[in-house]
Structures are given as C-alpha cells and as structure tokens.
Design a protein around this ligand. Structure first.
Ligand code: ADP
Ligand code: ZN
Ligand code: ZN
Length: 660
C-alpha cells in the first residue's frame, strides 16, 4: 500500500534518512530508479490536502522550493525523530492536557454586553461563516474599541461548532497577554502557541496537539500561518498592518497574505484587525475584494486622546554650543502634572542606545562600522560602540582613534540618553525604559511591564515595543519625542508606518474610560503643517489613507503596481552588479518579458552589511498574475546565470517587498 498524500515519512537519502511528506501518488512509471520509502509515520494523521495546497501556493508565489517551504513549515524537531522516538513523544502527549481552570468556557450570560458596533462586526463574521468562499473581513477599529472581544466571540462560535481557530499576532511580545485572554475565556479548550521563543520540544508538542486535533486554539507569530489545523474554522490576523508579518529572509512570505489565501482555500472567515489597516488591505476593501466592519467608538465611551502638535521651530533656540532640551517646556510641564496626579506618561523614541553616533570635533572622525555602511551606536551602560546591523561591538575608545582627541561627542539621542535626561529633568520621578536592550533576559519584558501596570513607574521611555498592544490603564499622556525622520525617508512605506505607530502609541493613552477625558498625545515636530500630522490630530485614518493612496497611484507604487526585488550580495559590488545585469538580459529573452519593467541595479539605503556589498533590481508590473508568470520563468533561469558569476555571495527574490 502506497501511503496517501500528506503522510509523513522518512525517505532514504544517501546513507541516512530525511523527513519527507508524501505529496502525490507516484507516477505509474518512474523515469528514474526509485528507492523504497523508509518509515511511514502512520501513527500521525496525514497533513490535509488544504495544507499541501497552502504550501504549494506559498512556494510558487514566493519563488522557493516546495521541499524547502514544506520543511520550514514543519517543526524542526520533527525532522530529527525516527518512528520509535516519535511514538514515545506521542505517549507523553496523550495524557489529558492541563487546562487553565474548570471544564466549561465562560458563559455568554457572564460576559459584558457587546456594543452596537461590536455586535455588527460579529454579525458580519457570522455572515461570512455561512458562505462557501467568504472574502476576508477588515475589522477596522480604533484602539480600545473592543476588537479583541470580537475575536473572542467569533472564536467562541467557531469552537462551539467543533472547529479550530488560528490567531496570528505580529510579535512574540504580544502573545502572552492575548494568550492569557483566550485561556481565561476558553478554559475548556486547549491552546497551543506557536512562535520561535518556544523550545524545540514545546514547538513539536504544540504542533502535534493542533495537528492531531487536540488543541482547538492556535495562537502564534507569522510561522503559525502554516500550522496544521484539520478542522480550521476561523483565522484572525491581529494588527494586520504590522510589518513583522513579512518574513525577511529565506522564503519571504507575508503571513497576512497567506492567511487570506488559506481562508479562501478552506472556505473559512479571515478577520484582519487593525486601527490603521495596511494600504493594501484598505485598497482591497475599496475595490470590493474584502469586506469591512468599522468600530469607531472606544469601549465605555472613552474619548481618544487629544493630539497636540508641538512646533519645535517656534521654541527659543538653544544657546550656541548646547544641546536643545529633550522635551519642550510645555511638554515637560504636562508630564509633571501627570506625575503629581499619580498618572503615567509614555515617551516614544524609536531609536535605542545612548547616541546614534560618536563624533570627534577636532578631526571629524565618526563611529562608522568597518563592515557596514552604518554608524555604530554608542551604548553607555556597557560602554560599547555597537553596530545594529552586523552586531560588531567594541569598547568605546578613550580618545579619537584618528587624532587622539580626548573629547569625543555623542551626537543625537537614543532611549538610553532620553532616560538619563528624564531623570535629570524630573527629579524624584520613577523612570523606566523598555527597549530591546533592557528586555534581553527571559522574563525581563514581563517584569518591566508588570511594574508599569502596578503603578511603580511614572514615566516610561521606550521604542516601538511599548507602542503596540499593551493595555496600560494608568497612562494618560503619550509623547513622540522626535518622529520627523520618517516624513522624508526614501522608503515609500515610511509615512504609512509612522502614522500607524503614532496612532498605536496614541492608543496607549486613556484606555481607562474614567481618565480618558484628560488624555493627550504630544508630537514634537518641526513640520506641524504636514498632512500626516494633520490627519493624526483629526484621528482620521481615512483621510491619511486617501492621501497616501493618491500619491501611490500617481507614482505607480503598490497597491497599484506589483513589485518584486532581485537582491544580490558580494564582497565586490561589481560582481553583484554584473549578476543583476546578466539577470536583466536573461529576462529580455523570456516571452513574458514585456509584461514587466525591470529597473537598473541600485544599492539599497544600507549598501554594505557585514562586509558584503548589496545591490537590488526592481521588477514591476501592473498585473500580479503577469508578474507571477514572469517570475516563474525567470527565477529558474537565474540559477544558471548565477553559475557564471564567481564571487557572488547570495541572491534572492523578494516578492511584494516591504521596502525598496
Ligand atoms: P482593542 O482590541 O480594540 O484594543 P479590547 O477588545 O482589548 O480592544 O477592549 C478594550 C477593553 O474593553 C478591554 O479591557 C475589554 O475587556 C473591554 N471590553 C471590550 N468589549 C467590551 C464590552 N462590550 N463591554 C465592556 N467591556 C468591554
Ligand atoms: Zn579626531
Ligand atoms: Zn556593522
């Protein structure tokens, strides 16, 4: 008996065996001699046809090998085990799982009554659940409008009809609190999380629990989009606009887009939740491809914080030779007021470290990274200069390495310095910092967040980590200290990201309805007239999106065109450039070549990383399917082109790239 498609097997390869997935029935007559299969994992149910199609689609769409993608979509630990070992693991797992508490889920009568907009959103999900091929549903709700509650109610319905629920979140940091809410709501169901912070054994156990249908809830980061869920009934993508749904190496897939595909494939509703939807999703709604439900009011009638633009140009100039203060006097006074009232303030600065660059005033030396086209950041706590791109770190030199000047200056400001300045500016205030540097250790982030929740912090300084998702109850003031940089970035998505970040950050203030009335979001800016900030003041996502989409349409950018990037890296830029030019030449010979425009190779904003020169070439088409047909012919040809270019370190195709 030949095992059916989806069966997990071990296949002989040379002298060893490898994990494999039976994909098709074997051809009647093979053209090459085949070796017999090794072990067949008949103790596991086969992967479903829908799972196989999802992986097949992802491999085709993102131009990667089918086997590569399939194996990447399975838990790494599974690759190592033979049948006996796997059987042993399963016997462990078959004991009844520990449940959070009690045998019954929360009863509907015990739950708060839904608001009108929440009820309408839930009804929209119910309509989709009754359709054979439902479109995706955008849940466009301001922060604190009760989107998570809608997810929970929709999940309850799916679970009640015996189906599984998949919830995708952008960051591992955000899984614990959402996990806690789902676990508290559904104590009678097993929840299996899937993200990279789990041990390999946990990952395997959780994967198996979902695959065997024992876990009904899977919550995870982008990789979880490939979870094996034989009874899938609902997919939720929380904060669907978030860039971390896009994988940035290997198979560069968008978990958000694959979730939508998966929903269509399996005929189940997909909920895309966001206060600031991606422009792609917004456009899809406008074009009628997705549906939308809007939630414009905060739960409990709480107001959105008042947004105040602080015109930095109107402030008196700092005396020559001194640095301007981190906070304008009015902002400082507003924070002092909050402290006096026992409320919290959150200062957002999207740059970690003490100062982005060290500088010698005598000879002009700067703390460049020898391996990258980037500055090394000064970290005061451990007195290092650290490159955030390649990790290269050295102790801060005592004197200028070029001229021996002892007086090196720190230029600019990161969160570490802001924390220090706040301590000096606000004596007696309890200040905490949350960024990648202060939250490295296991549990460090949770510990710091707990201190904030407990009211042990007056002023929280942080990077974008603090802007997302957290349900801070005592924060009534949020300030963006220096957000202007993104306004004039060469990255066409930078304004979209900035707007989303600022809206998210604003959403951290006034979450407790009792305090919402006095809550504020301050923005220190040199460009208070900028349309992005005007839309922020009005809390008007729609206006912002319309303006951005207008610019994108005029400039021929996504979502009005479809893009792929061919990237190449080599020690010698000429090698990478040569490869890309050869690739462009190979494209001209393809029949589909005239459906796409190929632009000349250019260096990306960060042209050198870890000693490798990078170049990239943009491929653009008005039609997604034409681009797909072109790539399907072109990418295989590139393997041949590559062989003629010695010294090329690597190349990759990025379909729907986030940055160009
Ligand atoms: P969002 O996900 O949109 O930020 P949440 O779902 O977290 O919003 O809701 C914000 C707060 O309001 C949470 O504390 C939640 O428990 C509460 N909440 C949500 N819906 C309701 C409701 N219908 N009645 C009362 N409280 C609610
Ligand atoms: Zn010098
Ligand atoms: Zn570097």
């Amino acid at each position: 008996m030949v095992p059916g498609p989806g069966t997990l097997v071990r296949v002989p390869l040379g002298r060893s065996t490898r994990l494999g997935v039976v994909w098709d029935r074997p051809a009647a007559r093979a053209e090459v001699a085949l070796r017999p299969l090794g072990e067949v994992f008949s103790m596991l149910p086969p992967l479903t046809p829908a799972w196989l199609r999802l992986v097949e689609f992802a491999a085709g769409y993102y131009q990667r090998g089918l086997g590569e993608l399939a194996l990447a979509a399975l838990p790494p630990e599974l690759r190592r085990l033979d049948g006996l070992q796997l059987a042993r693991r399963l016997a462990r797992l078959d004991r009844p799982p520990a449940r959070a508490g009690g045998d019954a889920d929360a009863r509907l009568e015990e739950l708060p009554e839904l608001g009108d907009e929440q009820a309408a959103a839930l009804e929209a999900v119910a309509v989709l659940a009754g359709m054979a091929s439902p479109p995706a549903l955008l849940l466009h709700g301001v922060t604190g409008s009760g989107k998570t509650e809608v997810y929970l109610r929709a999940a309850a319905r799916a679970l009640a009809s015996g189906r599984q629920v998949l919830v995708l979140v952008p960051e591992i940091n955000l899984t614990p609190q959402l996990e806690a809410r789902f676990a508290a709501r559904f104590p009678a169901h097993r929840l299996a999380s899937q993200h990279s912070a789990l041990t390999p054994a946990q990952r395997l156990a959780n994967w198996l629990a979902a695959h065997r249908g024992q876990a009904d809830l899977v919550l995870g980061t982008r990789m979880a989009v490939f979870a094996s869920l034989p009874r899938l009934g609902l997919v939720v993508v929380d904060e669907e606009h978030d860039a971390s749904f896009k994988q940035q190496d290997g198979a560069r897939y968008s978990a958000r887009d694959l979730a939508v595909y998966r929903g269509r494939l399996e005929g189940v509703p997909v909920l895309l939740g966001s206060a600031t939807p991606s422009l792609e999703t917004w456009h899809n709604v406008a074009e009628g491809r997705y549906r939308a439900a809007a939630m414009t009011a905060r739960v409990g009638g709480g107001a959105m914080p008042r947004v105040r633009l602080l015109d930095m140009a109107a402030l008196p100039r700092a005396p020559a030779g001194t640095q301007p203060p981190a906070l304008a006097p009015a902002l400082r006074a507003a924070i002092e007021q909050r402290i006096a009232r026992g409320e919290q303030s959150l200062l957002l600065l999207n740059r970690r470290g003490y100062a982005p660059v060290l500088h010698c005033g005598a000879c002009g030396w700067k703390s460049g990274c020898p391996h990258c086209s980037a500055w090394r950041v000064f970290h005061k706590a451990d007195r290092t200069l650290r490159c955030h791109h390649c990790g290269f770190a050295e102790r801060v030199p005592r004197a200028c390495p070029e001229c021996g000047n002892l007086d090196l200056g720190a230029v600019g400001r990161g969160t570490e310095k802001l924390e220090e300045q706040m301590a000096a500016l606000l004596p007696g205030a309890r200040i905490a910092r949350i960024d990648a540097d202060t939250t490295r250790g296991a549990g460090a982030l949770a510990e710091r967040l707990a201190a904030v929740h407990a009211g042990d912090v007056d002023v929280l300084v942080g990077t974008q980590i603090v802007a997302k998702g957290h349900d801070f109850r005592r924060v009534t003031l949020v300030a963006a200290v220096n957000p202007d940089g993104a306004l004039f970035s060469s990255d066409f998505r930078a304004p979209e990201r900035l707007f989303a970040l600022l809206m998210q950050a604003a959403g951290r203030a006034g979450r407790d309805a009792a305090q919402a009335a006095g809550s504020e979001m301050w923005v220190q800016t040199w460009h208070p007239q900028h349309a992005l900030y005007r839309a922020l003041v009005a809390h008007d996502y729609a206006a912002f999106a319309a303006a951005q989409l207008g610019e994108r349409r005029a400039a021929g950018l996504p979502p009005f065109t479809h893009l792929a990037l061919l990237r190449a890296e080599a020690r010698d830029a000429a090698v990478a450039d040569g490869f890309l030019r050869d690739a462009a030449e190979a494209a001209a010979a393809l029949p589909e070549g005239d459906a796409v425009t190929i632009y000349p190779p250019v260096p990306p904003p960060l042209a050198r990383v870890a000693g490798l020169e990078r170049l990239q070439m943009l491929v653009e088409s008005r039609s997604r399917s034409a681009l797909q047909r072109f790539l399907a012919a072109w990418v295989p040809a590139l393997h041949g082109v590559r062989r003629t270019r010695r010294g090329l370190a690597r190349w990759a195709v990025d379909v729907d790239p986030l940055a160009i």
